[in-house]
Design a protein around this ligand. Structure first.
Ligand code: ADP
Length: 152
């Protein structure tokens, strides 16, 4: 059976930290589905179409990486995609506490789906979409935090 993982997120914007986790995920899975959550409650800086376009550009070089948009529970999306894994990145202990709750609730709802965590590379620990948005707001240079395909 093909090993498919879903990597869900809001990617507002996608950073080099997200990109590294997806590319490392490809060594573990046959396919990684990068799933852009269309959550209207979240106050996003970049419109969903822009974020989607960037993700497609970033991962266009690898046929094992698919980019989609979704608007449902992540476990429902996994079922639609025949994915048995959810891929997430961990930067800090705060990430761990947050991710643990989501993963445990998902496990209760869908026992066959495993959440797999990859520890961030040390050089990406401090990179968050929130911080990048702040730098953008005040006109700073974000090029070292963003994949080359994203031009702000
Ligand atoms: P969400 O809206 O679910 O918080 P994000 O787009 O912020 O989504 O993040 C999606 C996933 O990417 C999460 O598992 C998050 O921990 C991980 N992630 C974000 N930034 C980094 C980074 N710099 N290094 C490793 N993982 C990261």
């Amino acid at each position: 059976m093909e090993r498919v993982a879903v990597f869900p997120g809001s990617f507002d914007p996608c950073t080099v930290g997200h990109e590294a986790i997806v590319r490392r995920g490809i060594s573990l899975f046959d396919k990684v589905v990068v799933a852009l959550g269309a959550n209207p409650q979240k106050n996003n800086l970049f419109p969903i179409e822009k974020r989607f376009e960037w993700l497609k550009k970033i991962f266009a070089d690898d046929p094992k990486i698919e980019v989609i948009k979704y608007d449902c529970l992540t476990i429902e999306l996994c079922k639609q995609q025949n994915a048995n894994f959810i891929l997430r990145g961990l930067r800090t202990s705060a990430d761990f506490e947050y991710e643990k709750i989501i993963a445990q609730v998902n496990k209760k709802m869908a026992p066959d789906i495993e959440t797999v965590f990859l520890l961030t590379a040390p050089e990406h620990t401090a990179i968050t979409s929130t911080i990048v948005r702040e730098v953008i707001k005040y006109g700073g240079d974000t090029s070292q935090f963003l994949p080359a395909q994203i031009k702000i």
